[in-house]
Design a protein around this ligand. Structure first.
Ligand code: DOR
Ligand code: ZN
Length: 349
């Protein structure tokens, strides 16, 4: 049985939501990760430092006793973002970064940015003040095929923006294509990318395996095998510009198994096991700590976590469902199956 000890990892891309859902999901992330970059696409979105500070306090109230966990907040950019509030919020330690959702690209993005041109003064202020820009990197024009949206965003939006604002640091979130990985690599140093477990484990066939699979549906959508293989190489190859970001995105079961099902894979309970499986399959367990625990903090200018955790290749059965108060139930990645790796309990380390 293989075993691996590494610094406590961080998750550089999570969705916690609010209320009962937040209460149900925060403990999974907080137990496994030291810190997490929190997405603020709530309804309505969190667009000011004051709203972000209040939301951070609500998240902290859901962290189980005895668990040390730091939520890092992002500002949801809109066409009307106040650059002064963003910069002041960053200086005050409330905002770690700001997130660009192209309008209508994904869940709760109706208030997103209609064009990069509209927010150019905000982006200039971010470049000047060292505030990283996190992107949901997909164009939304209806004539662009959904499987091509990321590659087109990289070419049409991000590459020109990087040339125009050389001081801007950018994380391309949840990359799903070889084009995305190539752009990040070409700008390593000022650019990083998160990669989700589902995009490393599955290609787009998983959406249609024996029937329609709503729990495999997320955005950006799963891609062809060639892209999955390119992402595996990026994640496990020891390049410091790629780091762990699950994009764990909980939606109630009945809202995914619906006429118009929500996008998002809830992976928090099994995310580390899933990533470990990928690194083990690639025979790259030595590169795991870099991806999970070192590259992200280095990009954000933070120290890595000091605490060490140990995992072993011991399968653990994952519950079919997780209750979310009265509201409904959640289905996680690997639900009803076994997660291939488990944390070694303290008594056994
Ligand atoms: O699948 C996704 N779910 N992709 C996103 O970009 C948003 C997320 C969510 O908030 O549910
Ligand atoms: Zn996300």
């Amino acid at each position: 049985m293989r075993r691996l000890t590494f610094r406590r990892p961080d998750d550089w891309h999570v969705h916690f939501r609010d209320g009962a859902m937040m209460k149900a999901v925060v403990p999974y992330t907080a137990r496994a990760f030291g810190r997490a970059i929190v997405m603020l696409n709530l309804t309505p979105p969190v667009t000011t430092a004051a709203l972000a500070e209040a939301y951070r306090a609500r998240i902290l109230s859901c962290v189980p006793e005895g668990v040390s966990f730091t939520p890092l907040m992002t500002c949801y950019l809109t066409d009307h973002t106040d650059a002064r509030d963003l910069v002041a919020g960053h200086k005050a330690g409330i905002f770690t970064a700001a997130k660009l959702y192209p309008a209508h690209a994904t869940t709760n993005s109706a208030h997103g940015v209609t064009s990069v041109e509209t927010i150019m003064p905000v982006l200039e202020a971010m470049a000047e003040n060292g505030i990283p820009l996190l992107t949901h990197g997909e164009v939304t024009r209806p004539e662009v095929d959904i499987f091509d949206r990321e590659a087109r965003f990289a070419e049409e939006v991000l590459a020109p923006l990087l040339a125009r604002l050389p001081g801007l640091r950018v994380v391309m979130e949840h990359i799903t294509t070889e084009e995305g990985a190539a752009l990040v690599r070409a700008h390593a140093g000022r650019m990083g990318a998160t990669i989700t477990p589902q995009h490393l484990l599955y290609n787009r066939n998983a959406l249609f395996q024996g029937g329609l699979r709503p729990h495999m549906y997320c955005l950006p959508v799963l891609k062809r095998e060639q892209h999955r293989l390119a992402l595996r190489k990026a994640a496990t190859g020891g390049e410091t510009c790629f780091f762990l970001g699950t994009d764990t995105a909980p939606h109630l079961r009945h809202l995914k198994e619906a006429d118009c099902g929500c996008a998002g894979v809830f992976s928090a309970p099994v995310a580390l096991a899933a990533y470990l499986q990928v690194f083990a399959e690639e025979n790259q367990l030595d590169a795991f700590e870099g991806f999970a625990s070192l590259n992200g903090p280095a990009f954000y200018g933070l120290a890595p976590n000091e605490e060490r955790v140990a995992y072993e290749e011991r399968p653990a059965r994952i519950a079919e469902e997780i209750e979310v108060g009265e509201a409904g139930r959640l289905v996680s990645l690997f639900s009803g199956e076994a997660a291939p790796w488990s944390e070694v309990s303290e008594k056994r380390t």
